[in-house]
Write a protein that binds this ligand. Structure first.
Ligand SMILES: Nc1ncnc2c1ncn2[C@@H]1O[C@H](COP(=O)(O)OP(=O)(O)OP(=O)(O)O)[C@@H](O)[C@H]1O
Length: 610
């Protein structure tokens, strides 16, 4: 059985972990399919993209005007002492500059419009895609990776358009228009100017690779730093650090990484400075050669001063794009890799989806049946083996067994959080895979051990189950869950903010709120994992009462940790090493003198305290 999720797999495959500078990024091929897939994102904005290209083209031509006009000023207006022509040429030059500036503003707006909209579309697509991913994905993916994908990776796409694509097109247009103009002006001088280009292309390429490696290292350090922050300054990490008094060690670890990151950044900016120094020496060789040879031609009477000056100015327009395009390939590859990483995620198969003929289910008054169910999280390591039982409608089935026996796994298969490998689970005799996921899950109320409450008010947390519930209904549910009095005693009552994951409430209180939440949803099937933590007698009493209301007339499966629950159960399933080893009522199982009796003696038998 394969549990792969598309090309990327979970957490380990290429494109995971260090997100911005993967080793093989520069070696990855930009395939036709990839380009086609990327271009699909631009399709809705093709009009704006076309407009950007036109603007770039016009800007490239306009950029040529000022140097050419200067040539006419020097060669015609000044020697002829023609004030009218001088004024005209200066105004024309000014006009070209102003129009260029305006076009720049328009282009900037279009850039942002296109790139931000693509980011917007991708974020929506990614979020809804991630919602479809199975539980297995979230238990395997590295902490924080989903957020990185959703934020920095997708946001990186924004730069692809505004930097990479626009730069490429703009440089290409400038290069082409300038080269043509130069050749028309004087082909010999042009060849001389081009002659020095290899001199600075080589160091630029070398520098590009070098700074790429440095940037990669810096990025890795930052990822490392983020991991430390995430691990030690999240609520559970923080608790772990405090309880094991690891503050000193963690701080020193953080300091080391921080110092390394700082060093790398300084090196990066210094490398840039040195390079610029070398580069400016090489790029000034071209103009010097033009002055030399052009000057000679001027002395021979073959060239005007204006031409020489215009030539040198235009040469700058030639060298700039050449330099930028030399390193653009790094940008292009990086952009392609960025898209690839995002596509990796899009290609992961949601696995658990509605079948084409899926129906709506109403589970009220229907039996749940497991028929020879087998399941493994990992190949060759079965978690459940030949599970068969019936949870009759309206009854309480208790699951008991040692830790790691497979009780949670059994319950997770009913709402299809995981998909079984063989066998079937039926509700009212129909396979659960024939029902729509939405309707199936709407029929099930899940009360987990570790109650998840988001950081909002108690009321907001309760409304999550049923946004339409009235104030009276909310209070009724809380009364039934024996938590209303407690809530009312809080200074802000139902508007009390519960803190991250409900940290401000005790385990018992959280579970009762979670019971109230399920009561508001009022589904016909209840799955509950009783809290194992020992509760004081008052809390225990309240939970029992709350459970009593919750399970009334419901088909329920409870992973039982309390004596009162197994005593109240209609059927007890004893799970051991992924199989049901005994089944019956409390009394019949006790008589059996088997696994249950043993478990009962160790775990459930009331201890007589002296
Ligand atoms: N997401 C997972 N991926 C891989 N293995 C898992 C996963 N969840 C559980 N397991 C393994 O499957 C087996 C059954 O786990 P399960 O959580 O169902 O046991 P349990 O009986 O509910 O235990 P407990 O009472 O301690 O909660 C265990 O060996 C566990 O390590």
């Amino acid at each position: 059985m394969s549990r792969g999720f598309g090309a990327a797999g979970f957490g380990g495959g290429p494109g995971h972990g260090k997100l911005k500078f993967d080793d093989d990024e520069l070696h990855s091929k930009i395939s036709k399919q990839l380009l086609l897939r990327i271009s699909k994102y631009f399709l809705p904005y093709w009009k704006q993209t076309l407009l950007v290209m036109i603007v770039l083209c016009v800007s490239a031509v306009l950029g040529l005007l000022p140097p050419i006009l200067i040539q006419h000023i020097i060669d015609q207006a000044l020697p002829d002492k023609n004030l009218h022509l001088l004024l005209l040429l200066v105004l024309a030059s000014l006009g070209a500059t102003v129009v260029s500036g305006l076009l720049g503003v328009l282009q900037n707006y279009l850039n942002s419009f296109i790139s931000q909209n693509i980011v917007h579309d991708m974020k929506n697509q990614m979020y809804s895609h991630l919602q479809q991913m199975p539980l297995q994905f979230y238990s395997s993916v590295k902490q924080g990776e989903v957020i990185t994908r959703m934020t920095s990776d997708i946001s990186g796409i924004q730069g692809v358009f505004s930097n990479t694509i626009v730069n490429f097109a703009s440089n290409l247009f400038i290069l082409a228009t300038t080269a043509v103009t130069l050749f028309i002006m004087n082909w010999k001088l042009t060849l001389l100017g081009i002659f020095v280009i290899p001199l600075f292309i080589l160091p630029t390429r070398k520098m590009g690779n070098f700074s790429w490696k440095l940037a990669k290292k810096t990025q890795e350090k930052f990822s490392e730093q983020n991991e430390v922050i995430e691990e030690t300054l999240s609520i559970s990490g923080y608790l772990l650090m405090k309880l094991f008094t690891k503050e000193e060690a963690e701080y020193s670890n953080f300091k080391t990484i921080n110092a390394e990151a700082t060093n790398l950044q300084i090196r990066q900016s210094m490398a840039g400075r040195w390079f610029m120094m070398v580069l400016s020496t090489f790029t000034s060789i071209g103009p010097l050669l033009i002055y030399l040879y052009g000057g000679y031609l001027f002395i021979q009477g073959e060239l005007t001063v204006g031409t020489i000056i215009t030539f040198v100015a235009l040469l700058g327009r030639l060298y700039g794009p050449v330099l930028q395009m030399t390193n653009l390939y790094v940008d292009i590859k990086r952009s392609a890799a960025l898209f690839e990483r995002i596509f990796d995620y899009f290609d992961m198969d949601p696995q658990i989806v509605d079948s084409p003929l899926a129906l709506h289910i109403n589970a009220s008054g229907k039996d749940i049946e497991f028929r020879d169910v087998n399941f493994a999280y990992q190949q060759d390591k079965p978690a459940l083996r030949h599970i068969s039982f019936t949870a009759a409608a309206g009854t309480l089935t208790a699951l008991v067994g040692p830790s790691g026996a497979g009780k949670t796994t059994i319950t997770n298969l009913i709402p299809r959080l995981y998909e079984l490998d063989s066998g079937a689970i039926t509700i009212g005799g129909k396979d659960i895979r024939d029902f729509t996921l939405d309707s199936l899950r709407s029929q099930i109320g899940l009360v987990t051990q570790d109650t998840y409450l988001f950081n909002g008010t108690i009321k907001e947390n309760l409304l999550y189950a049923n946004p339409e519930a009235s104030e009276a209904e909310i209070m009724d549910a809380c009364r039934s869950a024996y938590i209303h009095e407690f809530i009312m005693e809080l200074p802000e009552g139902y508007d009390t903010v519960v803190g991250n994951r409900g940290i401000k409430l005790s385990g018992g209180e959280k579970q009762r709120i979670s019971i109230a939440r399920v009561l508001l949803k009022n589904p016909p099937i209840i799955i509950m994992d009783e809290a194992t933590s020992s509760l004081d007698t008052v809390s225990e009493y309240y939970i029992q009462q709350a459970m009593h209301v919750l399970l009334l007339n419901k088909t329920s499966l409870v992973i039982a940790h309390r004596l009162s629950t197994i005593m109240a159960a209609d059927t007890i399933l004893v799970v051991k090493a992924g199989a049901i080893v005994e089944e019956g009522t409390h009394d019949s199982l006790l008589k059996n003198d088997g696994v249950y009796r043993d478990l009962y003696n160790k775990q459930f038998e009331p201890k007589i305290l002296s």
